[in-house]
Design a protein around this ligand. Structure first.
Ligand code: C5P
Length: 216
């Protein structure tokens, strides 16, 4: 199978040296790309800036902003069978980033923000991708309810939901405990390393894609 995987945070420029971003380490996405390659699949890893090493055997495409990630996904998704969108894409970006470094001349400042493109939400409706589509949902409350809503709205085959209110798992941690939300059921996975969870997700993604192609 050929996998497209997004990972890491995005950076949205305020001026040439400043940006808005988030605490995503990229570990889950890199573990997914590494697991896919380890299992003998092709993987294109489209990643925002992280401190991680590129997993062996993976095709790597670095990006910075949500817009760049959107364009990279649009460009490569049709070369792939399975898309796993794991990146923590910034939801908002400065409308008009300054061309030059902003000087600290005033005591307060206002930066006007606009929504970034919804990459996951574009995969079916804009890019017309028909392969297996897997998204992530990081929530602090009512995890399953929100994740199931996302599954339906974004036309995913699977949402991997995690509770980011817990400090022992999720953001920047090496361990994770997730619930897999399928259209017809939910399946909690026991707490494990991100590498182990990645293998489980890759395995299920292959089954989803296999079922899709044999149904046609
Ligand atoms: O931020 P949110 O919880 O809505 O993210 C859910 C999923 O949507 C994740 O899989 C994330 O990678 C994806 N996403 C995206 N483009 C965005 C925001 C989120 O692909 N602009």
């Amino acid at each position: 199978m050929r996998f497209l995987i997004t990972a890491g945070p995005t950076r949205e420029a305020i001026d040439p040296v400043r940006y808005i971003s988030n605490k995503s380490s990229g570990k889950m996405g890199y573990a997914l790309a590494g697991a896919a390659a380890h299992e003998g699949h092709r993987a294109i890893l489209i990643s925002g800036p992280t401190a991680l090493d590129i997993p062996p055997g993976v095709d790597f495409l670095p990006v910075e902003s949500a817009q760049e990630m959107y364009e990279a996904v649009e460009r490569y998704i049709h070369q792939c069978d399975i898309a796993i969108l794991c990146a923590a894409v910034a939801d908002y970006r400065p409308i008009d980033p300054a061309k030059q470094k902003i000087k600290k001349n005033s005591d307060t400042m206002v930066i006007e923000l606009e929504k970034t493109p919804d990459i996951l939400g574009s995969v079916r409706d804009v890019f017309q991708f028909e392969g297996a589509l897997i998204g992530f949902a990081a929530e602090t409350n009512d995890v399953e309810v929100y994740a199931r809503g996302k599954l339906e709205r974004k036309k995913c085959d699977l949402i991997v939901a995690n509770d980011v209110s817990r400090h022992d798992i999720g953001f920047d941690s090496s361990q994770n405990e997730v619930t897999l939300i399928f259209p017809d059921r939910s399946e909690p996975l026991p707490k494990a390393s991100k590498e182990h969870i990645a293998l489980e997700i890759i395995e299920r993604a292959c089954i989803i894609q296999h079922n899709k192609t044999t149904k046609k």
